[in-house]
Design a protein. Structure first.
Length: 642
C-alpha cells in the first residue's frame, strides 16, 4: 500500500471514529452557498473542457457524463438540505445593473439582471427528472450512437442544453430565465441539425430553428410586457404586485399570459406545434429523445412558475389555454394513428399525453398532480424513443409493417416499450379524475382513449408482430442490443413509472408545495376504464386485422402527406414566390435606384453648399438665418397665437 493510500485510509478511519464519538456533525444547510452554484457551474466547466481540450469520443462522453453526475449530486444534496423547509431557497448575485434615468418612476430608473437561484421542492424534482433523462440519453448514445458523425460536437451541444435546462429551472429572474431558455433553444437546434451535408438535414435544421423561434419570441414579448407594466423581473417581486399595480388591467395580464403560454405550447411540442419534432425524426436518436423529453419539463416549469399570472388574468386567458390543450390532446394522438413511421407515431402519441398533463398544471386543484404527471410523461416519451430507436436499428427499418418479434428476440427493449406506452396512456388519468368544470374537460375522455390507442400501436407492432424475411435481411440474426443500451431506456421508463405512482402519495404532493386534492384510487378506477377500453380495442384490431390495419394507416398517411404537399405547393405559388419576387425587385431595382438618387442629390447639395460658401460671407449669413428662425418660432408659439 502506498503512502498516499495509507494516509487516505487513516484519515477516513479517524473521521469515522470521530463521528461515532459524537464529535463530528454534518449540516447540509451550511453547504448550500457553494453547492447550489455548482448546479450551473458544473455544466459550464464541463462545456469548456469538452469544447477546448477533449478530442476523443470516449473522453468527451466521459466528461459529459461526469458533469451530469456532478449536477445530480449537487441537486440531491440541495434537496436533502431543504427537505424539511417549506420556503424556497433564494440566492442572488448581481450581474447587470445599469442606470437608465434619473427622473420618473423609481422602478424604471435602472435596469438590472441578477444571476439568481430560486429552488423550491418542485424545482428540485423537475431538475432531478431532467438530469435522469440526460443520463439515459448520454448512456444510450455512448454505445448505440458511437457511429454518428461529430461525437465531440454532440457532447458539447448536450452540455449546452444542460446549462440552459438547469438555468430555466433554477432561475428567479425572468430576464435570466429568458436567456437560459434561448440558450437551450440554440442547443436544441444544434442537436437536431447534428447531421450535416445532406438536403434533408438542412431542411430539418430549418424546421428545428424556425418554429420554436416563434415561441421564443412570444416569451420575449410576454416578459417585455410584464416589465413595462410592473418594472420588475424577479419572480418574488412580481407575484405581490400583480393585483396592486395601478393602471394595469386584465387586457395586459391576458396578453402577457397568452404570450407565455404560446412559448409553453411550442416548446412542449403539443399540436399544432409538433412539426419541429416530427420533422426532425431522422436526427440522431439520442438528440431527438433528449429534446422531446427535456423540453416538456422546461415548459411545465415555466407554466408552473407563472401560474399566478394566469390566475390574475381573468377568465379569458385560462379559457384560451384549456381550449388549446383540449384540442391538442385529441388531434395530436389522432394524427399519430396515421402513417406507419415509428418515431413520428411515438412523438404524436406522447404530445397528447403532454397536453393532458399541462391541463393539470393549469387548475389550482391539480397543480401537483399535473406536475408529477408531466415528469412521468416526459420520461416515458424519452424511453419510447430510445427503445424504438434500438428496435429500428436492429430490425433495420422504421416501418411498423416490417417490424415484429420483439418479445422473442428483444425482450428488454419490448419491456421498455410497454412501460413507456403504459405511462403515456395512464398519465392523464390522475388529472382527469378531479373533473374540474370546464368545456375543455369534454375532450379529456377522447384524449385519454386516443393517447392509449396511439401509444400502444407501436408496441404491438414491434413486440407481437411477425418479423418477416426481407431482401438482405434475415430475422434469425435479430438479437437484443447491449445491456447499457436497453438499460438506458429502462431507466427512463422506470422514472416514468415512479412519477406515475408518486401522484398517489399525499406526502409527495404536499412536498411540492402546490396544494390541491389528493388522488384516491376509487374515482381513478372509473377513469381507468377509458384507456383500458382503448388498449383492448388496439389489441383486438392488431390480432384480428394486423396487416389490414397497418396498411390502412399507411394509406391514410400517404393521403395526409399528399394534402400537406398540395398545401405547401399552394403556399409556394401564392405567397412565397410573389413575396420573393417583390423582395428581389426591391433589392435589385428599387434599392440601387434610391441609392443613386440620394447620391446625386447629395452631390448636388454639396456643390450648392460649396458655391454658397464661396460667394456668401458666412458671418452675416448665419446671423440672418438665426433671425429668420427666431421670428418663425415666435409666430407659431402658443402664447402669441392666444
Amino acid at each position: 500500500m502506498s503512502g498516499a493510500t495509507l494516509g487516505i485510509a487513516l484519515t477516513a478511519a479517524s473521521a469515522a471514529s470521530t463521528a461515532r464519538a459524537g464529535g463530528f456533525h454534518f449540516d447540509p444547510a451550511t453547504t448550500l452557498p457553494w453547492v447550489v452554484p455548482l448546479i450551473l457551474a458544473a455544466p459550464v466547466v464541463g462545456y469548456v473542457l469538452v469544447l477546448g481540450s477533449v478530442r476523443s469520443r470516449r473522453g468527451a462522453a466521459t466528461v459529459a457524463m461526469l458533469t451530469i453526475l456532478v449536477m445530480l449530486a449537487a441537486t440531491l444534496m440541495t434537496a436533502w438540505a431543504r427537505f424539511r423547509q417549506t420556503a424556497p431557497y433564494r440566492s442572488a448575485y448581481q450581474w447587470i445593473n445599469i442606470p437608465v434615468a434619473f427622473t420618473g418612476d423609481q422602478r424604471f430608473q435602472g435596469f438590472g439582471i441578477d444571476l439568481s437561484f430560486r429552488l423550491d421542492h418542485a424545482a428540485l424534482a423537475l431538475l432531478v427528472a431532467v438530469l435522469v433523462i440526460f443520463i439515459a440519453c448520454l448512456l444510450w448514445h455512448r454505445v448505440a450512437g458511437r457511429g454518428e458523425q461529430g461525437p465531440v460536437r454532440f457532447q458539447v451541444n448536450a452540455l449546452l442544453l444542460a446549462i440552459g435546462a438547469a438555468g430555466v429551472v433554477v432561475s428567479g429572474d425572468l430576464a435570466e430565465l429568458l436567456g437560459f431558455w434561448l440558450l437551450g433553444g440554440i442547443a436544441t437546434y444544434l442537436l437536431l441539425g447534428h447531421r450535416w451535408g445532406t438536403e434533408g438535414a438542412g431542411r430539418r435544421s430549418r424546421i428545428a430553428l424556425a418554429l420554436p423561434f416563434l415561441g421564443d419570441i412570444a416569451l420575449l414579448c410576454g416578459i417585455g410586457l410584464l416589465y413595462s407594466r410592473y418594472g420588475t423581473l424577479t419572480l418574488d417581486g412580481l407575484y405581490p404586485v400583480l393585483h396592486s399595480t395601478l393602471g394595469v388591467g386584465l387586457k395586459s395580464l391576458t396578453a402577457a399570459a397568452v404570450l407565455v403560454f404560446a412559448a409553453v405550447a411550442v416548446r412542449a411540442a403539443v399540436w399544432p406545434f409538433t412539426a419541429w419534432l416530427t420533422g426532425t425524426v431522422d436526427a440522431p436518436a439520442a438528440s431527438l429523445a433528449l429534446s422531446a423529453g427535456v423540453w416538456p419539463i422546461l415548459a411545465g416549469s415555466l407554466l408552473f412558475r407563472l401560474r399566478p399570472l394566469l390566475d390574475s388574468a381573468g377568465v379569458q386567458a385560462p379559457r384560451i389555454v384549456l381550449y388549446t390543450l383540449g384540442v391538442a390532446a385529441v388531434v395530436g394522438p389522432l394524427l399519430g394513428l396515421i402513417g406507419v413511421e415509428l418515431r413520428r407515431s411515438i412523438v404524436l402519441a406522447s404530445s397528447g399525453a403532454v397536453a393532458l398533463a399541462l391541463i393539470g398544471i393549469v387548475y389550482p386543484a391539480s397543480v401537483g398532480i399535473g406536475l408529477t404527471a408531466l415528469i412521468a410523461v416526459a420520461a416515458a416519451r424519452t424511453a419510447g424513443l430510445l427503445a424504438g430507436a434500438s428496435a429500428a436499428g436492429t430490425m433495420r427499418t422504421t416501418d411498423l409493417r416490417a417490424m415484429g418479434g420483439g418479445w422473442e428476440r428483444m425482450p428488454l427493449t419490448s419491456a421498455a416499450l410497454v412501460l413507456s406506452a403504459a405511462v403515456l396512456a395512464l398519465g392523464g388519468v390522475e388529472v382527469a379524475m378531479l373533473r374540474p368544470r370546464s368545456p375543455a374537460w369534454l375532450a379529456f375522455a377522447a384524449g385519454l382513449a386516443l393517447v392509449a390507442l396511439s401509444a400502444l400501436r407501436p408496441y404491438f407492432a414491434i413486440a407481437h408482430g411477425e418479423l418477416r424475411r426481407r431482401r438482405a435481411f434475415e430475422p434469425a440474426r435479430v438479437r437484443e442490443v447491449q445491456g447499457i443500451v436497453t438499460g438506458s431506456a429502462l431507466v427512463a421508463a422506470a422514472l416514468g413509472v415512479v412519477g406515475l405512482l408518486l401522484a398517489y402519495v399525499p406526502r409527495w404532493l404536499d412536498l411540492l408545495g402546490a396544494g390541491g386534492q389528493t388522488v384516491t384510487l376509487g374515482p381513478s378506477l372509473l377513469w381507468l376504464l377509458v384507456p383500458a377500453a382503448a388498449a383492448a380495442a388496439a389489441a383486438g384490431a392488431f390480432w384480428l386485422r394486423r396487416d389490414t390495419g397497418l396498411e390502412l394507416c399507411f394509406r391514410l398517411g400517404e393521403r395526409y402527406g399528399a394534402l400537406w404537399d398540395l398545401a405547401g405547393a399552394q403556399y409556394e405559388r401564392f405567397f412565397a414566390k410573389p413575396g420573393g419576387a417583390i423582395v428581389g425587385a426591391v433589392e435589385d431595382v428599387g434599392v440601387p435606384g434610391v441609392e443613386s438618387g440620394v447620391g446625386r442629390a447629395l452631390t448636388g447639395a454639396g456643390g450648392f453648399a460649396g458655391l454658397a460658401e464661396r460667394s456668401l460671407p458666412w458671418v452675416p449669413t448665419v446671423l440672418g438665418l438665426a433671425v429668420v428662425l427666431a421670428v418663425a418660432f415666435g409666430l407659431i408659439a402658443q402664447g402669441l397665437s392666444r
